[in-house]
Design a protein around this ligand. Structure first.
Ligand code: AR6
Length: 272
């Protein structure tokens, strides 16, 4: 029987047991990681901390989302949006295929039952606030134990762990910039996609990295997310779904506007 991780945390309050319990936490996360990866989906669902989870089929692909939203075409991009958009060149032949692969999901990223969710972490990989705090609470203490074994992550890079009690199999931790650097935020998305490719992840969800506590401008952050995603999906056909998880109304509006530009569902696009 696997002893619940909370027992080890309780033991850690006693000085004599501290070292012993940390060793146990380390072996615990390794054991649990292996165990989770071998569970059937039915058994894995019994380990989730919350009964509310969202399966991938319940997240509409972008072309369906557009068809089902009455006023979405009233959300117009600006001239500045087009200037930013024209920094990348689309392979227009991929428009229809890619409009089935990207999605907007509004809500709590910890509910998604997918291959990987991305965490907007800090460079020490210590549970913080915002989406990071939500992910650690939903995954349980073994997530922190595995993060501790990694040690840290520089800004603009990414590290992967198991998802433990989350519905997501993996968590990809990336550290967004605190200084407004667009280059470093781009590097976050590219580093996450490098791990997606390396680990053969088929579905991944991103929160709006750096736009909360780290204060990055929401609109430019969305351009960077969409540019890197478009470029990755054009080159990597194995990945089936990329979900943009929006939590604030401001981001819902921005993503609904800009996805129409980067992932056009019409015959034409804004480079014409
Ligand atoms: N699901 C999806 N998105 C969420 C959730 C959630 N449960 N909770 C918040 N967001 P932030 P950052 C959105 O501040 O700016 C932590 O302390 C939120 O509305 O979480 O990269 C870390 O440890 C916003 O749109 O991340 C770091 O120290 C987005 O997630 C620092 O915050 C990102 O906001 C990282 O700051």
């Amino acid at each position: 029987m696997l002893i619940r991780p909370s027992c080890w945390l309780a033991f850690a309050t006693n000085g004599n047991f501290r070292k012993y319990s940390i060793v146990k936490m380390t072996s615990n996360w390794m054991t649990e990681k292996i165990k989770i990866s071998s569970l059937s989906i039915e058994d894995k669902r019994k380990t989730y901390r919350s009964n509310e989870y969202v399966i991938l089929d319940k997240v509409d692909p972008w072309h369906k989302y557009v068809a089902g939203s009455k006023d979405i075409e009233n959300k117009k991009h600006t001239q500045e949006d087009l200037t930013e958009f024209r920094k990348i060149k689309l392979n227009e032949e991929k428009n229809a295929e890619l409009a089935e692969k990207v999605s907007i999901f509004r809500g709590d990223i910890t509910k998604l039952e997918i291959d990987a969710i991305v965490n907007a972490a800090n460079s020490r990989l210590k549970a913080g606030g915002g989406v990071d705090g939500a992910i650690h609470r939903a995954a349980g203490p073994l997530l922190q134990a595995e993060c501790n074994s990694i040690g840290g992550c520089p800004t603009g890079e990414a590290r992967i762990t198991s998802g433990y009690d989350l519905p997501a199999k993996h968590v990809i931790h990336t550290v967004g910039p605190q200084d407004g650097s667009a280059q470093k935020l781009r590097s976050c998305y590219e580093s996450c996609f490098a791990l997606v490719k390396e680990h053969q992840i088929k579905s991944v969800a991103f929160p709006c990295i750096s736009t909360g506590i780290y204060g990055f401008p929401n609109r430019l952050a969305a351009h960077i997310a969409l540019q890197t995603t478009r470029q990755f999906l054009e080159q990597n056909t194995d990945v089936g779904r990329v979900i943009f998880c929006t939590f604030m109304q401001v981001d819902v509006d921005i993503y609904e506007t800009l996805l129409q530009v980067y992932f056009p569902v019409h015959e034409w696009n804004y480079n014409d």
